[in-house]
Design a protein around this ligand. Structure first.
Ligand SMILES: NC(=O)c1ccc[n+]([C@@H]2O[C@H](COP(=O)([O-])OP(=O)(O)OC[C@H]3O[C@@H](n4cnc5c(N)ncnc54)[C@H](O)[C@@H]3O)[C@@H](O)[C@H]2O)c1
Ligand SMILES: [Zn+2]
Ligand SMILES: [Zn+2]
Length: 368
């Protein structure tokens, strides 16, 4: 079938929205009609050419939500008409990682996904006979996509797509960092560095876990106000003295849990140093630049602080994204403030500009 999609033709140049060919879903695959898709930093990072593992031509986008249109042979967990959220982090439920509660890093299709292929090593997208690759196994800057069944979370159809799509990446990452990776205990003091989509999700996650105090640090006063709306009790403008200020606010000890959601290694260090001796846990969610390293004074670790990394918030997508969406539908998570701009597929490059200008938290492409 023919469809419109935003194609990365050359790194560092605007995406080109054009008509491409999409083949039928094969065994284990699903055709999804996309309804909404968030524009994320990872899309821009790849489009810019900064990501050394990027490839082109490819259809970008990975924060999608839509409706199952058709299923390939052997697909049993979703059926036409189901509402789904796309998962760049799949869940096969069979590999050694999927069977272990300690991680969400499914091993089933990693290699081919990293090459821009579907699990059988081929692509379903093409243009004039030339293959176009799938981005992060999703390619959701498009009217339709074909994805593996194991990379789709079936959600409550009452959730509006423009909100549901935010659970495909940043929001679940932040929520999950607090709920899964850190497992914040009720009554705790937390400090969240960064109030973008991920950090605001972490603030909400700390609140849902029953934290008593949530300190949020950011450079932008507007973003700090959004953090207050998600449950932050103390707001701090970030700077050189952030660690000292958090120590002062916590009787000199630091926070029980800290979260880093900026991508800056200097802030990761602050987040570790602001964690409490004895049991303070620093969860790193930000993606640092290639080659950058985190500077840690080992004494801080010996005296009981720990550092953990978190990919997609440790969320096992098919099991947990539907649960997070149900909590949102029950009114426990306020998603509306994150949707800053609604744009058309043709305006995808404007979505990148808005992001670079830090105008709002997320632009969402409305597809149907
Ligand atoms: N681990 C994962 O699975 C995963 C998933 C999605 C995104 N990410 C990463 O998480 C990070 C955050 O993503 P986002 O979408 O929220 O980004 P964002 O750019 O919207 O938010 C980052 C925030 O950090 C703030 N910040 C920058 N420097 C600061 C400082 N010195 N002190 C305090 N705050 C500071 C900025 O003002 C901004 O509000 C990125 O690195 C992104 O790549 C990770
Ligand atoms: Zn993303
Ligand atoms: Zn798996």
């Amino acid at each position: 079938m023919k469809m419109r999609a935003a194609v990365l033709e050359r790194f560092g140049e605007p995406l080109v929205v054009q008509e491409v060919e999409l083949a039928e879903p094969r065994a284990g695959e699903v055709l999804v009609r996309l309804a909404a898709c968030g524009v994320c930093h990872t899309d821009l990072y790849t489009a810019s050419g900064a990501d050394p593992s990027g490839y082109a031509p490819a259809v970008l986008g990975h924060e999608g939500a839509g409706v199952v249109e058709k299923v390939g042979e052997g697909v049993g967990s979703v059926a036409p008409g189901d509402h789904v959220v796309t998962l760049f982090s799949p869940q096969c439920r069979e590999c050694i990682h999927c069977r272990d509660e300690r991680t969400n890093l499914c091993l089933a299709i990693r290699e081919e996904q990293n090459k821009g292929h579907l699990p059988d090593g081929t692509t379903r997208i093409s243009r004039g006979g030339e293959d176009v690759r799938h981005f992060m196994g999703c390619s959701t800057f498009a009217e339709y996509t074909v994805m593996p069944e194991i990379a789709l979370a079936k959600i409550n159809p009452e959730a509006p797509f423009e909100h549901a799509c935010l659970f495909a990446c940043g929001l679940s990452t932040g929520l999950g960092a607090a709920i899964n990776t850190a497992g914040v205990r009720p009554g705790s003091t937390c400090a969240v560095f960064g109030a973008g989509m991920v950090g605001l999700g972490a603030v909400a996650g700390c609140r849902l876990q029953g934290a008593e105090r949530v300190i949020c640090v950011d450079l932008s006063p507007e973003r700090l106000e959004l953090a207050r709306g998600q449950g932050a009790t103390d707001l701090l403008e970030g700077g050189e003295d952030t660690v000292e200020r958090i120590l002062e606010m916590t009787d000199g000890f630091g926070a029980d849990y800290t979260f880093e959601a900026t991508g800056s290694v200097a802030v990761m260090r602050q987040a570790l140093e602001a964690a409490r001796m004895g049991w303070g846990l620093c969860t790193v969610a930000g993606v640092a630049g290639k080659g950058e390293t985190l500077d840690v004074v080992p004494r801080l670790l010996i005296t009981g602080r720990r550092v953990a990394g978190s990919s997609f918030g440790g969320v096992k997508g098919r099991d947990q994204v539907p649960v997070l969406i149900d909590r949102y539908l029950k009114g426990e998570i306020d998603v509306a403030p994150f949707l800053s701009h609604r744009i058309a597929l043709d305006e995808v490059n404007r979505g990148f500009e808005l992001m670079e200008a830090q105008d709002g938290i997320r632009s969402v492409i409305e597809l149907s």
